[in-house]
Design a protein around this ligand. Sequence first.
Ligand code: CAA
Length: 282
Amino acid sequence: MKSISVVGSGTMGNGIAHIFAQHGYEVSLIDIKSEFLEKALTTISKNMDRQVAKGAISQEEKDASLSRISTFTSLEDGVKQADLVVEAATENMALKLDIFRQLDQFSPPKAILASNTSSISITKIAAVTKRPTQVIGMHFMNPVPVMKLVEVIRGYATSDVVTKTVMNLSRNLSKDPVEVKDYPGFVANRILMPMINEAIYSLFEGVAGVAEIDTVMKLGMAHPMGPLQLADFIGLDVCLSILKVLHEGFGNPKYAPCPLLVNMVEAGFKGVKTGEGFYQYS
Ligand code: CAA
């Protein structure tokens, strides 16, 4: 594997492009507008500066890594050389299915098609392609350059050889991959989102305030961020949509999103990205 295409240059996409380039892969970063791509390259450069500052990589390694990233606004041009495509577009089912139909059409027949989806079924995504054995989930965690986990999700039809290739590839990125099956929320979000939802319920029911709930989990359980701060960091709209997938997928009321979360998202309070969620950011 030499040539990796990354579809979507937002927070997850630019982090994924960053680590592939840093580990010697040629990266084609694709988005619909050139200004999104310019912003992504600036973010990658700043994040690599942090690594240079602490001696994790040299300035020469940073420059070489950046030179391995090419940008494209045409999906067709961006994937035609790909050995692997990692899709990291917005978490929207119709959009992802449409992207995968195009990836199947434009990428080489041997290419593996991966999705960084946090909760959409890999089996369903694979079913719109003519190569379901070569479709897999590669779920990176935010911030991608820092977090060690890749949740590797096997769809119903994903082959053993493709799973093995993606597990090994993740190790080549200095990540620790974990193989999981394709059921709602996989493992990471099946466990994380009910915890976040319960923290929001604790606030909603007046058990404690925002800072108090987060302090309990940070100091009591050694979590790097409290659940409400983490929800702001992930995006409250993303948390809500994952909870809906769990709720619908299992048909179990224990996953029902807290009404406070629903209201906050309706009101546009989506966390860090909108400047306000459980905390204010400005
Ligand atoms: N790129 C490169 N380096 C980065 C970085 C980035 N984007 N962001 C942070 N860093 C580095 C910093 O340079 C720093 O490095 P050193 O310790 O070597 O100096 C280190 O990471 C810690 O960063 P900070 O000092 O700025 O801040 P912090 O100590 O508060 O850590 C954090 C920040 C790593 C985000 C930490 O708070 C954390 O681990 N939070 C929890 C993150 C988490 O749970 N992520 C998973 C979210 S769920 C998800 O992604 C999946 C989903 O489907 C929803």
